[in-house]
Design a protein around this ligand. Structure first.
Ligand code: AHR
Length: 495
């Protein structure tokens, strides 16, 4: 049977806004993410602004990056922010113990990051150190970045050359507290969170801070339940969860040259995000029926073996059409759960895991994932429209998955955008969009597709996979017929 997608255009007050922060990113002090990715230093021949690559900034602005999480990840719970402020030649060097054991010279610190966010027009999301830091240290960081009053931290910031505060809104209270963030139990972490959050709250800044609790790994529902039960709601604005589309932690498989079975399994792991988000949200509903607290998926994406010849601790991997399918499908899931998922951060932005940008000396390439993020930016802060997909199967052996995923929104100008993915690597899908009886005169679209799941952009061939004008759409009265090629992501604009 043909796939149909019903879009509910009635637009009731119950339809949530798709927070633009669902389209956020993550940059850790890991491998070539910061150094050699964002930051080349102001003496580099590569065109830069205060050491940050201009080409990278322009590409991320074009993609409409709404927020960037930093400095980790696992690194965050080893990071002492005062090491990274003041004259660069006086900053202490440390060993990056989680990621390759390399020297971290602290040349990229708080000012560099927050100024970068200003350049990008993106909201910073700073992850604090709970694992090996102190309450005072994190409270000081909030004051340093957010206070305009007379106090030691504000004075220190001014002495370091920044007069006005940056007013950071988003703060992570540790990271993966169940693992690299301190191997804590949920009960113990909930108590730690209460303490940290109490003192961070007195920021004296103009911005009311948004505190995100370090969340569950995948389906650890007990973690979410314990946090929701034990943390008073006036102390918390968000609860995190992390889920990677990884085949098996000990056998991740290559980023390119993977088998059909590995592709299928990656799609299975990707689609798990839907049940994870549904079940974590259901637990949150029990304690917070008005949905005041956000579910923040602050790490997600594909994770494979590193590229041959690269440092295993640097997590450098290529990015293919498989990653484009992870991105399109996952972003549809987030859009459809916009009532509770109000921030998500793809891991990670440049040269690490599922990156949107890869760099090599002065060269930069945009990955298939970049194009999906750019195509989907039309959903940022638009009103979500509920969709129902009657699906066709993508089968592999005895197993099957739904081939098509969809999400839709209406922007402030009344334009309806529909994003569709077809993860089937061999079969095209002909889809009828039922539009609640409404008709649209002007329907246009963009597409990202390529012949093989493993197709990617390389420094020798940077434009192999690129978004293009979509021609597979026909308006038939008050219905729209769409032909999605195998492995494709399409975004339509209906006017
Ligand atoms: O994104 C890489 C790592 O994955 C992060 O540092 C950590 O939080 C997670 O385990």
């Amino acid at each position: 049977a043909q796939t149909t997608v019903d879009i509910d255009l009635k637009n009731t007050a119950a339809d949530p806004v798709i927070s633009k922060y669902i389209y956020s990113h993550f940059a850790e002090h890991l491998g070539r993410g910061i150094y050699d990715g964002f930051y080349v230093g102001d003496t580099s021949k590569i065109p830069n602004t205060n050491g940050v690559r201009n080409d990278v900034v322009a590409a991320l602005k074009k993609m409409k990056i709404p927020s960037l999480r930093w400095p980790g990840g696992c690194f965050a719970d080893t990071y002492h922010w005062k090491d990274g402020v003041g004259p660069k030649d006086k900053r202490p060097a440390i060993v990056n113990k989680w990621w390759g054991g390399v020297v971290e010279d602290n040349s990229f610190g708080t000012h560099d990051f927050l100024n970068l966010c200003e350049l990008l027009g993106a909201e910073p999301y700073v992850a604090g150190n709970v694992g090996s830091g102190t309450v005072q240290e994190l409270a000081d960081w909030v004051q340093y970045t957010g206070s305009d009053n007379k106090n030691p931290m504000s004075d220190l910031r001014k002495a370091n050359g920044r007069d006005k505060p940056w007013n950071v809104k988003f703060w992570g209270v540790g990271n993966e507290a169940w693992g690299c963030g301190g191997n804590m139990t949920p009960e113990y972490y909930a108590n730690e969170f209460r303490k940290y959050s109490t003192f961070m709250g007195s920021s004296e800044g103009k911005t009311k801070i948004f505190r995100v609790a370090s969340g569950a790994s995948d389906d650890d529902y007990n973690w979410t339940e314990t946090l929701m039960k034990n943390i008073p709601q006036h102390l918390i604005e968000g609860v995190a969860v992390h889920h990677y589309a990884v085949i098996e932690w000990n056998h991740k498989g290559p980023a390119t040259g993977f088998s059909d079975e590995q592709y299928f399994t990656t799609m299975q792991r990707t689609l798990q995000m839907d049940s994870l988000v549904t079940k974590h949200a259901r637990i949150m509903d029990k304690y917070d029926p008005k949905k005041k607290i956000a579910l923040v998926v602050d790490e997600w994406g594909g994770w494979y073996d590193v590229e041959k010849g690269t440092n295993p601790g640097f997590l450098y991997q290529q990015n293919t059409m498989r990653d484009a399918m992870i991105a399109g499908t996952t972003l549809n899931i987030f859009n459809n759960h916009a009532d509770r998922v109000r921030m998500a951060n793809l891991a990670q932005c440049i040269n690490v895991l599922q990156a949107v940008i890869l760099t090599k000396e002065s060269k930069m390439i945009l990955t298939p994932t970049y194009y999906v993020m750019e195509m989907y930016n039309v959903h940022q802060d638009a009103t979500m429209l509920p969709t129902r997909v009657s699906n066709t199967d993508y089968s592999f052996g005895k197993d099957k998955l739904p081939a098509v995923s969809a999400s839709a929104s209406k922007d402030k100008d009344g334009v309806v955008h529909v994003s569709l993915t077809n993860i089937d690597p061999a079969k095209k899908q002909t889809i009828t969009l039922n539009l609640d009886g409404q008709s649209f005169k002007n329907v246009s679209g963009t597409i990202l597709t390529s012949a093989k799941t493993g197709d990617c952009n390389t420094f020798a061939s940077p434009d192999k996979v690129k978004e293009a004008v979509f021609k597979g759409v026909v308006v038939k009265g008050n219905k729209v017929e769409v032909t999605l090629p195998a492995i494709s992501v399409v975004v339509l604009a209906l006017k």
